[in-house]
Design a protein around this ligand. Structure first.
Ligand code: NAD
Length: 308
């Protein structure tokens, strides 16, 4: 049976994208068969099950996305915007303001771009204050700001090591703290999705990235620690752990070295690197109250790379 796929409300069904719009996905659902109502189409069935607007709780919520000027952060921000969340993009890149304007224009949601450095607690606090004044108090945070450095560990300088840890791990913590403080001040709960990596669990080859591996392993344990600490105050913390994804971060290496790209591709059972859009459905689900009992987890999304 042909699979119906549909990425977001209002989009035409596509055959090439993951499905999380709940109009789709029930075609082969056992419960559908059990109902014995073959006359029900997918849409009617979804509506009957109360799932037609499954992530509509995101509408009007204020989401902060660090590293939002491009790549995975921007893609995840767009996914939330398609479900009508207000979007605040934080990034060190000045272009983040223009990017936010484009999101606002293209997706018709209030958006804000703030130049901020996640390693600087005053910059983070100022950015969250600006978001609060402009869009309202944030309740969603996606921590996507990150860098990687490829170096042989025997040659790595203290500064290089520290920079990766500062951005990927300390920056993630400072933004989690800022979101929790904003939620506490507004007397409401919140959701955090940290962007870890499969590199928190397996060692990448052939490149050497010890600082990156260590930083992402730290993000995984930070996610669990904050999830346990903040679950009682209604702040849900999870992580996603992508495999090799096509973004500026990886293109700098694959463009310069196509043989490397091919070597990676052969190691991925899915036969391809991930596209930023491959993360959309997962992050929307994690930010929605639909996943309210999913807490303190890191979900690997890697084309089965780490399953081998
Ligand atoms: N691309 C991949 O294969 C891959 C795989 C797993 C995890 N990740 C993670 O996903 C996240 C996004 O990566 P990407 O692939 O989109 O890379 P990217 O380089 O395209 O985007 C990273 C963004 O973070 C921003 N940033 C860097 N330092 C910052 C700072 N101090 N303050 C604020 N913003 C800062 C950059 O300006 C950039 O816009 C990163 O945490 C990365 O480690 C990427």
């Amino acid at each position: 049976m042909a699979e119906t796929v549909c990425a977001t409300p209002g989009e035409k069904p596509r055959q090439d994208a993951p499905c999380f719009h709940v109009d789709a996905g029930y075609q082969q659902d056992d419960r559908h068969k059990a109902l014995g109502n073959k006359a029900l189409g997918n849409k009617a069935f979804g509506a009957q099950m109360g799932w037609a607007n499954v992530f509509e709780d995101l509408a009007g919520q204020v989401a902060v996305i660090t590293g939002g000027a491009r790549g995975l952060g921007l893609s995840m921000a767009q996914a939330l915007a398609k479900w009508r969340a207000k979007i605040a993009l934080l990034d060190v890149l000045a272009e983040v303001k223009d990017v936010a304007e484009t999101v606002q224009r293209d997706l018709d949601v209030e958006s804000l771009g703030v130049v901020a450095d996640v390693t600087d607690d005053r910059s983070v606090a100022a950015a969250f204050a600006e978001v609060g004044r402009t869009l309202g108090s944030p309740s969603i945070l996606i921590n996507a700001a990150g860098i990687t450095v490829w170096e042989d560990s025997i040659d790595v300088s203290r500064e290089s090591w520290q920079r990766v840890i500062d951005i990927n791990l300390t920056g993630t913590f400072l933004c989690c703290q800022a979101l929790a403080r904003a939620c506490k001040a507004a007397d409401k709960g919140g959701v955090i999705v940290n962007v870890s990596s499969m590199s928190a669990r397996v060692v990448n080859l052939p490149q050497h990235q010890a600082s990156y591996h260590a930083s992402k392993a730290g993000v995984e344990m930070l996610t669990k620690a904050l999830a346990v600490e903040w679950a009682p105050i209604g702040i849900r913390v999870n992580a996603i752990a992508p495999g090799y994804m096509l973004s500026e971060m990886t293109r700098q290496f694959t463009t310069a070295n196509p043989e490397l790209a091919e070597r990676w591709r052969k190691m991925i059972p899915a036969g391809r690197m991930g596209q930023p859009a491959d993360l959309e459905a997962l992050v929307v689900f994690l930010c929605s109250a639909r996943s309210s009992y999913l807490i303190g987890q890191s979900i690997v999304i890697d084309g089965a790379y780490t399953a081998v």
